[in-house]
Each structure stands twice: as C-alpha cells, then as structure tokens.
Design a protein around this ligand. Sequence first.
Ligand code: ZN
Length: 278
Amino acid sequence: MALLYHQVLPEPRPGSIIPTVSVEQFRVQIEYLTSVGQVVPLEDLLRPSPSMQPRFAVTLDDDYQSHGEHVLPVLQRYGVPATFFLSGRWMFGLGRYWWENLDQAIADRGLNDVCRTLGVRAETPHELATHLEIDFEAQARIEELVSPTSRPISEGWFKPLFESGLGIGFHTLHHPRLTRLDDEGLDQALSLGHAEMATANSAGPLLFAYPHGRAGRREASAAEQAGFAAAFTTSKEPVGAGSDRYLVGRWEPGALPLPEFSAELAWRLHAPIRHVTS
Ligand SMILES: [Zn+2]
C-alpha cells in the first residue's frame, strides 16, 4: 500500500485548502506502519514481496517547505524511506503554488473579500479553489492579494530532501489537471522541468505522480512515453507486483486518528490490485 501526504505542520490551520496533517498525527501513523509491517522504498512495492508481511511506502506531494522541516525528522526518527514528488518550482524562479497564496489570502482577508476581489462566487474555500483550477485569469491575480512577506519561502528548503538520499519523483512544474489538457499540452506538462529534476536527482528514471492524482489510459501512456519508471494516482488500491505501473494507486489517510487509520488500512490492504488493462 502506498500512502500519500501533502503538508505536515505542527499546528494545521483549520479550514486550510491544502491537505494538512499535524506532525503528531503523521508520527503516530508512521509508527503504526512500522509496527504492523515494513515501510519500503516506493519502487519496491512494484516488485514481488520476499515476505508475507504487509509492505507500505510513504509518499509526499508538492513543493512544500514542511517536507524538509517536519517530515524528514519523523522519517529519520523511525528510519523509514519515502518518496517526495516535487515540481521543482525553485529551479525556474517560481514562487508558491497559486493555492498556497489563495490559502494565505483567505486566512488574511476572509473568503468573502477574496471572492469579491477575484470576481468569483463561492460558498466555501474548497469551492473557490475548485473554480480557480480552470480560471487561469483569476488564478494569476491571487498573488497580488498576498503580501510577499507574509509567508516567505526559505531559500534552499529542498536541499535536505536531496541530501537525505530518499526518493525524489516528479509532479509537473505547473501542476495542471492532465485529464483536461489536449495531447500537446499533456506532453508539454510531462516534459517541462522533467529533465532538470532528473539531473538534480541523478538516480535514473524518475517516478511520477499525476497532479491532482487524476489519470486515465491516455495519461498513463504519455507518462510511459515520457520515460518515467512508474506513475502514481490517488485511486486508493493497494500495490503489488502485478499493478499497472502507470496507474498505481495511493491512499491519503489525512488526519485519521489511529483506530480509524488502522481499521481503514487493514480494509484497504485486502482490496483487489489494479492490473494492467488495455
Ligand atoms: Zn500535487
């Protein structure tokens, strides 16, 4: 089973549009995984298992500073591997993702003010975020709503990830929903920043995680063509040697307390594996 996390913070802000778990919730879940099975490098899940023990892999998506600050110390404490699926925005001088700015703007100014300023109607932060996914004009204006000093990105935040020797994968530079792109746009999204990330990582073909976790057969073929070793969705199925390498599921447990986490994990481990389909 491959698990997915996004942001891990000491005190997650309630109502944040970024999926966030607390450091303690993350620690408890990792500790549990090590107590009931083996946490292995992500690519090992796609190979036949040498033992009967359940195997887990930990993955983290997006360019978040919390990966180095809060995730690495927990991983190192338990001695477990993980794979970080990064966009590599820093290599292109790009700042935070638009939704991080949106999250900040909503926290600073309130949802109504942000909606009014962007000229968009939404009842909840998630509704606004979903709308902005395809409203590129409004997306571009969010940055103006946030003071650049309100949450600065520390320079070189990504270096500890590369120095840790843990897995680095690619997640596209601009994080579009690939299923909405035409064929040309899809190929572009898979190639823009791919070579730079591969060079920065220098450990052979990269693994890939689909932005928003969404992919079908067309996106899977394109990811294979683009030279990735395997590609991961958020479709929640367990992973095995027979999994479709370009549509591998991951499960995001979020902030589930331990009893629910362990129960759902046990249930999900017994779900059928997604095999290659034509
Ligand atoms: Zn993402």
